[in-house]
Design a protein around this ligand. Sequence first.
Ligand SMILES: *Cc1c(COP(=O)(O)O)cnc(C)c1O
Length: 427
Amino acid sequence: MQTTRSEALYRRACELIPGGVNSPVRAFRAVGGTPLFYHQGQGSRFTDVDGNSFVDYVMSWGPLILGHAHPEVVEAVTRTAERGLSFGAPCEEEVLLAEKVVALYPGCQQVRFVSSGTEAVMAAVRLARGFTGRPRILKFEGCYHGHSDSLLVKAGSGLATFGTPSSAGVPAALAELTVVVPLDDEKALEEAFARNGSQLACAIIEPVPANAGLLVQRRAFLAKLADLCRTWGALLIFDEVISGFRVARGGAAELFGITPDLATFGKVIGGGMPVGAFGGRREIMEHVAPLGPVYQAGTLSGNPVAMAAGLATLRVLERENGWEKLEKLGQELEKALNPILAGRGQLVRLGSIFWLYLDSSPAPRRFEAIAPQAAERYRTVHRALLQRGVYLAPSAYEVGFLSLAHNSDDLARTAQALQGALQEVSW
Ligand SMILES: *Cc1c(COP(=O)(O)O)cnc(C)c1O
């Protein structure tokens, strides 16, 4: 069989980069085969280096909410880049994006920009510890908050995919400070607070957990968490790196009507450029250096080109009533796919985030409720969809993303591909 260009590039990459990739799930280990090398993206589609075209539902894992290479984002990036790529000094673009974030996100009075979601969460947790003077943090099983040491404990997709509950290299002394609780379980939550409450600096949660499938939470559970945080004096951190500016204008905080003390952002906020942010109440944020004692810094933080991409993205979303359109598109996708799945699985969805769950059991709300056989089925279905021009994330535990560029044609093509794919497998 002839070697494709993707295969040839992958072989070269494997010599030079561990596993041939710069982020583990990209390696296709969970679904088999070799990863496709992207050549060009336009709207909802991309072409790989062999000239094959696909409907893309990975969308760079969430940032591309307007689709690939949206003309206004490309224009903003180009125009800004012509004046310089980075200054390491204040620029107008960071003020404009900060104004936008503060205007859109509930309870956010100040914000600081960083370069990734991992950095945002790491800094928010340090801030919570610095503000409260307490050492412990509480997180939920299956929630991913980036790869900083304290948070790499029972952390979802990339890790679930490889069957390791946590990572080598994280000192036990640090992991011990992280209390892990199951999602969707008020009783376990109350017990964890009763045991650790006075030592907890914060509780951090993905209010829309989307890194171990899509584990949609009940509002009552999130409200309980907010209550317990208030009672015990722990800060509530919403990790909105995926959900922020995606599930609603004001993210999950707006959707559920629950305002956290701090929130972290990433993905959509950079429109495809490396941007993260953390923000919240002024009295807390003023503990960050240079105003306060909590140190945090970044050479490329507030980078003008990245800020411009984020700002252009949020402007288009607002102007085009993006969140409503994405919800409609999500409903359309659900209507197209669920009859084809016909009880063999379901499309779990919240707005423009969806998860192809290939089991007849009810949509899980916590990590251990995910049927293990769903992952095995996903391997086969993923490959069959790829052959039919539909690109889903190369892991059963990852979600898919709709963008404003996806259209009825894409959905029809996807439905047809799924129909064909499901004929190849039986369960
Ligand atoms: C992606 C993600 C992160 C980490 O962001 P990176 O930019 O990959 O470092 C953190 N939290 C959540 C909820 C995420 O989905």
